[in-house]
Design a protein around this ligand. Sequence first.
Ligand code: MN
Length: 251
Amino acid sequence: MKPTILVTNDDGINSPGLHALTKALRSLGNVYIIAPDREKSAAGHSVTFHHPLRAEKLNERMIQVDGTPTDCVMYGILHFLKTKPSLVASGINKGPNLGDDITYSGTVSAAIEGILHGIPSFAISVAAYAKPQFDSAARFAKIIARMLLEKTLPSETLLNINVPSIPYETIKGIEITKQGKRIYRDSIIEKTDPRGRHYYWIGGEEPTYKEEPGTDFYAIAQNKISITPVHLDLTNYPAIATIKKWKIKLK
Ligand code: MN
């Protein structure tokens, strides 16, 4: 029996990256697209709790949901597919998902939702906002998807993949990496609306990163594909001993 593959993203159902991914995975199984009806980048792992969700079936294999990437994965697994898919593939995101940024990422969060349901999952992004070359990432997505259908990932672990936005033949290799450190240069821009009220826009300069070998940032800077195994336990284990020494009391 052909495996069922759930494809989603955070750039919305009309994103060319989503369709490049779907096309790449089609020969590996029955591919279903369940994706947000509009862009939901930086939605993180949010779920819709305070208003109803609407889902519109565009065809037998494609549904748009007026929610977040996490909503889409939940809707797919708990309702539409009636069964657990063999794989959740999220992307191909337009723009990188590297370092600390992954906590904001709707693309990565969809894969997080997948592994919370015990399904092998990966997030894939092309590391450029301007003229992203989805072809290279799509080609690699097929290789990874095939591998995830055959091999067993360590428990509670997803693969966060970033692919340089260059022709496939010019990619320098593949690195298994750790999450790098982003250097934020965000700022809040204050403006005034026509009625004299202030409004705010989160902006700032393009972030940079700590240039450390072995990180996702570094691999991309070397024109290599970065694969970071990401797990969900956010505990800082060495910190447990440190905080215990504080002897925090009720009174
Ligand atoms: Mn996005």
